[in-house]
Ligand binder design. Structure first.
Ligand SMILES: [Zn+2]
Length: 334
C-alpha cells in the first residue's frame, strides 16, 4: 500500500485529514456526506479526488496510474461527478445533473459527487441536494468543499462529517510549486509569503497579474491613508475586475497596513512585503492608531466580500469611511 506522502496526485501536506480519511476508507466506514473545510486554494479538492480514487481504484490503493484514477484526476470520470459554480452561483440545474448521474448504474464499487465551493449553491440547489443527502442512494458519497461553511444551509452542514484543512507551510508550498513545474524557483518571494499557504493563489498570480494587483493594493493604501489625495486620483471601479481579484486585493491591502504597523515598531522580520520597505516606511508615518483604524475598516470589507455584493460600492464605502475616520476628531470614533 502506498505511504502517505507518496499517494496519488502528489498531494502535499494535509497529513491529518488524509490519515483520518484513510482510516475510514480502510474500515469501510466512509460516511455518505463529508464537508471539507479550510481556506481557498490549499488543496481540499485534490484530497477529495484522492478519496474517490482510493475507493474505486482498479488496484485498490489510489495508485494514480490506472484508468479510473487518471480519469478522476482529469475530472472525466464515469464514477465521479464534479460540480462547481458557474460565475458566482451554483445553480439547481447542475445539481439535478448530478442527481441524474447518481440514478445511473454504478460502474465501480461506488459513486461520488464532489461539489467545489459548495457554499455558492443557490437556495433551490441546496434544497435539491438536501433531499439526496437525507435519502442517499446506496454506495453514494458526497464531498462538499467550502472555504465559507457558515454560508451553507445548516441542515446540509449537519448532515456532513466535517474534515478541517489548514493552510500549507512554506516548505509545502515550495513542494507544490515544484510539482507544477516551478523547478527553477522563479516565484517571487513576496508571493510565497503573501499567499499565506494558499497555493491556488500563487498559481493564479504567477499566471499573470500578481505584480499588477499588488501595485494596485499599494496605491489603494496610499489613497486610504492620505486624505489630501483627490478621489478622482483612482477610478475605484477600475481597481478590480472580479470578486476573486477583489478578495485578493483586500487581503493584500490588509497585509500592507499590517506591515506598515509592524514597520512603525521596527518589527521587520515579520513583514510580508519587505521588498517594498520604502513604501511601508512612508505609510508608517500615518501612525499606529490611523493604521489600525483603516485596517479595521478594510477587515470589515473583507468579511462583507464573503457574500454577494456590489464591489464598486463596497470599495467606495471603504474609501469614504477611511477618509471620514482620518478627518474626524478622536472622541467621535467608535
Ligand atoms: Zn488506481
Amino acid at each position: 500500500m502506498a505511504q502517505i506522502g507518496e499517494i496519488a496526485n502528489g498531494i502535499v501536506g494535509h497529513e491529518s485529514p488524509i490519515s483520518r480519511l484513510r482510516k475510514l476508507l480502510d474500515a469501510d466506514k466512509l460516511p455518505t456526506a463529508m464537508l471539507f473545510v479550510g481556506p481557498e486554494g490549499i488543496g481540499k479538492k485534490i484530497v477529495a479526488k484522492f478519496v474517490a480514487q482510493y475507493y474505486v481504484c482498479e488496484n485498490q490503493n489510489a495508485c494514480g496510474k490506472c484508468g479510473k484514477c487518471v480519469r478522476i484526476l482529469n475530472e472525466q470520470s464515469e464514477d465521479v461527478f464534479f460540480l462547481k459554480p458557474d460565475g458566482d452561483f451554483l445553480k439547481i440545474e447542475v445539481v439535478r445533473e448530478a442527481l441524474q448521474f447518481l440514478s445511473l448504474k454504478a460502474l465501480a464499487r461506488g459513486k461520488f459527487v464532489i461539489i467545489d465551493n459548495a457554499d455558492a449553491m443557490t437556495m433551490q440547489a441546496a434544497n435539491a441536494l438536501l433531499k439526496s443527502l437525507e435519502e442517499p442512494p446506496a454506495n453514494t458519497f458526497f464531498i462538499l468543499i467550502s472555504a465559507n461553511p457558515l454560508r451553507l444551509l445548516a441542515t446540509i452542514r449537519s448532515r456532513c462529517q466535517i474534515h478541517r484543512f489548514q493552510p500549507l507551510s512554506l516548505s509545502d508550498v515550495h513542494a507544490v510549486l515544484i510539482r507544477h513545474g516551478d523547478t527553477a524557483g522563479t516565484v517571487e518571494e513576496w508571493m510565497l509569503r503573501a499567499s499565506e499557504g494558499r497555493c491556488g493563489k500563487i498559481l493564479r498570480w504567477t499566471q499573470g497579474g500578481g505584480e499588477r494587483l499588488r501595485d494596485k493594493a499599494f496605491t489603494f493604501v496610499r489613497v486610504l491613508l492620505d486624505p489630501s489625495w483627490p478621489p478622482s486620483f483612482l477610478s475605484i471601479s477600475d481597481v478590480v475586475e472580479n470578486k476573486i481579484e477583489a478578495q485578493d486585493m483586500i487581503n493584500l491591502v490588509l497585509q500592507i497596513l499590517r506591515d506598515s504597523y509592524l514597520f512603525a515598531f521596527g518589527l521587520r522580520e515579520q513583514i510580508i512585503h519587505s521588498d517594498r520597505s520604502e513604501r511601508l516606511a512612508e505609510f508608517a508615518k500615518a501612525g499606529p492608531k490611523t493604521l489600525v483604524r483603516v485596517w479595521q475598516k478594510a477587515l470589515r470589507l473583507e468579511n462583507d466580500l464573503e457574500s454577494p455584493m456590489d464591489l464598486k460600492l463596497s470599495l467606495e464605502n471603504l474609501y469614504f469611511e477611511s477618509r471620514a475616520a482620518l478627518s474626524a476628531p478622536l472622541y467621535a470614533l467608535d
